[in-house]
Design a protein. Structure first.
Length: 477
């Protein structure tokens, strides 16, 4: 057994939905990832004498998950921004990118700078350096920033004429130009930025070790070879490395021979089916467990609101209104990230608990309404016969309420199946997230979207049909 195998694994986080050249699912084996950030993570792990282990997490949650302790470093095109440095431990920048404008060919001569776009709609990815630049320009010239949750649709909307320009990293712009075309990239950059690794603020010592490894990989040419292999090496990058090494008194390496860019392999649907099947299984298991929790808790809450003490009824009413009045996405964030200082729930457990607690509030209202819909004359007759309230609930009120609640309960389960797609924000790779990763590799949502829809329909349609059959059978009794 090697020394690296005896040490704990080096867990690092990234978002395969971001795609090449950062992190993407390998088309030959979608359970593996590839990209220059993947290779950098492997360099760091080797330098520490440990084995790298990839953790899938949404790009917007990389810093939060690192601080929570889901992994030791986040690497997926993380930008060096002041607000990150105040809250987390960041590595030295290992890549310098340029913020560039993309415009339609007919506007090449009109829109060369941000100042030329006064009053125009300019798209970018939210929560980035580019978005901050657009907000600053908005205050000066009235430019209109348009924020997106991904870096694909800004360019498709540019080509479609919905926005007038896109401001994003040159790496992303070049990738989109190769993939979709229909626009041009202005040669003059707007600003320069840097990619870094993000770590928990308590990992300053480990961060310093990672910095030493990154400087060593700059000096021996390893990083240059990786960036050349992925087609992102430039003279500006070479100059940046020279400045970093000069500050340390280390001579710059001789430039490596140019390597061909790593091919963007795009396999057919068959290569992704196993990964989609696993993700579908996670979605189904998660939904079933969350619905079971929702039903059990919903019944308890409904019974408490119908039979409980006024104080109990009031407390349960507050729970129902608070849960129904706040977004499930916010509840998931609070459970997974907000409470991590008190209780650190595993991602899957937090997903089940979050969805279960949310849907329990809705289920309780269904059951409470069903209980109250049972005619009072039946209840009074049962009491006259000497039945206890427990017997009335079990033998008379409960069975009738179940019949009334079955249809809306089935609808809620179908809705929960779809809402399970939200749990990807807390690192659970379910069906929709795996489909998004597949779509990034394929460069289109058409086939992945159809396949994902068919899987969801395969889950929900039989359930709805069985519920209708059961309703008809009960109505005939």
């Amino acid at each position: 057994m090697t020394e690296a195998q005896t040490r704990p694994p080096f867990r690092w986080g990234g978002d395969a939905e971001g795609g090449a050249p950062f992190v993407e699912a390998d088309a030959a084996d979608p359970t593996r990832v590839r990209g220059f950030d993947v290779e950098i993570a492997e360099m760091i792990a080797r330098g520490l004498g440990r084995e790298p282990v990839f953790v899938q997490v949404a790009w917007a949650s990389l810093a939060q998950s690192a601080e929570r302790g889901d992994y030791e470093i986040g690497l997926s095109g993380v930008e060096d921004r002041p607000e990150l440095r105040t809250r987390h431990a960041l590595t030295i920048p290992y890549f310098e990118f340029q913020e560039v404008l993309a415009v339609r060919p007919a506007d090449r001569g009109r829109f060369r700078t941000l100042a030329d776009l006064a009053g125009r709609r300019v798209a970018t990815l939210g929560g980035t350096m580019a978005y901050d630049l657009l907000l600053a320009e908005q205050a000066r010239t009235g430019l209109v920033p348009v924020s997106y949750d991904d870096d694909v649709h800004p360019y498709t909307d540019l080509v479609a004429g919905r926005v007038d320009a896109v401001l994003l990293d040159d790496v992303i712009a070049a990738r989109s130009l190769r993939r979709t075309g229909g626009f041009v990239i202005q040669p003059q950059s707007v600003a320069a930025g840097h990619y870094v690794g993000v770590m928990a603020s308590s990992h300053a010592v480990l961060r310093d070790s990672v910095d030493d490894i990154l400087r060593a990989r700059m000096a021996d040419g390893s990083l240059e070879r990786t960036f050349r292999a992925w087609g992102v090496w430039s003279d500006a990058q070479a100059a940046y490395f020279e400045r970093v090494l000069a500050a340390e008194g280390t001579p710059a390496p001789a430039h490596a021979a140019r390597q061909a860019e790593a091919p963007a392999r795009n396999r057919g649907l068959g290569a992704y089916l196993p990964a989609l099947a696993r993700a579908a299984g996670i979605t189904l298991l998660l939904s079933c467990l969350a619905m079971a929790l929702a039903v059990a808790l919903g019944i308890a809450v409904a019974a408490g609101r119908v039979y409980g003490h006024p104080v109990v009824r009031g407390a349960l009413a507050v729970y129902v209104e608070v849960v129904r009045g706040t977004p499930v996405l916010l509840q998931l964030f609070v459970l997974y990230y907000g409470l991590s200082g008190v209780v650190r729930l595993p991602a899957f457990a937090a997903a089940v608990l979050g969805l279960g607690l949310n849907y329990a509030a809705y289920e309780s209202e269904i059951y409470r309404a069903a209980l109250q819909a049972v005619p009072r004359t039946q209840l009074e007759a049962a009491r006259t016969l000497g039945l206890s309230e427990g017997q009335i609930l079990r033998l008379i009120r409960g069975p009738q309420a179940l019949r009334l609640a079955l249809a809306p309960m089935t609808n809620d389960f179908v809705a929960l199946l779809k809402d399970s797609s939200l749990v990807s924000v807390i690192t659970v790779v379910e069906l929709t997230k795996q489909t998004a990763i597949y779509a990034t590799n394929a460069g289109s949502w058409v086939v992945p979207g159809i396949v994902c829809s068919l899987i969801y329909l395969a889950f929900s349609l039989p359930l709805s049909r069985a519920a209708r059959m059961l309703e008809r059978r009960w109505s005939a009794v």
